[in-house]
Design a binder for this molecule. Sequence first.
Ligand SMILES: [Zn+2]
Length: 294
Amino acid sequence: MARFLLLAILALAACAERSPPAPWPEPPLLHSAPLAAPAPPAAPARWPAPGVLLQPPRLVTTSGYAARRVYLDPGHRDADGRDGGTGAYCQLEADFALELAQDLGRRLEQTGAFIVRLAREPGEIVAYAERVARAEAWGADAYLGLHSDVRGPGRPWSPRPGKECSYDESSPGFSIIWSDVAPAGLRARRQILARAVARALGAAGFLPCACREYVREYRADEDALGLFVDRRPSPRRIQVLERNGVPAILVETHNARDPHEAQRWQEEHTREVFAAVIAAALREALAGPSAETR
Ligand SMILES: [Zn+2]
């Protein structure tokens, strides 16, 4: 009987892993006020606090606008087959990035203003150099690397039976990373794209990351909050940013170790506003001639 029960539990666990994302358990209560202290004035809650809504940008018309080619690169599962970071609910970055790229790509194409290709499909392992080569050969107008970050020292917890990961609330928010190592024309187009996306995310209410832990590797770019320039020495720079003829940025959507942010990125509302933000920023940044006619 015990064996039967164990098998049933294992079968249920296996089903649960295959089914669409179910609501995750509540994040741990991390801030408890001292009992006798007077309550400080309540700061207005901001995203990713539960229930706080994002503000999508105004819709822009697509009439008279030649569709732009957008190359979405779901980070990781490259030639090394690595999965990237592990989040507060033990979710793998490579899985999140692919699922987000599929969702974002579908929504961008629905606007009629974009043609989208993905750098990798489910089950595929594609080297980063190959992704860049394909984007350049296709004549992409923009290259977006989609990632989730893992920041903060982390504390162990068990989000569900049999799983142990780390959570951390000390460094939430998005970051946009770009490389200024390029000839002037390309550098300008990278900068315009990076700035447009960072500003649009902030304007919609997504939290810009202060990312103090970036200090050795990236320089904060004063053009927008949450915007950073790759400052690592040459061999360690992010290759898809530096060695890319297509204007490219990395979008670190959130800190996957932060349970509140990870929860909110499961919501339809978040995905919908994120896609609207990216569409608006791409329209702004790619307002000139397309790569095909340049
Ligand atoms: Zn990553």
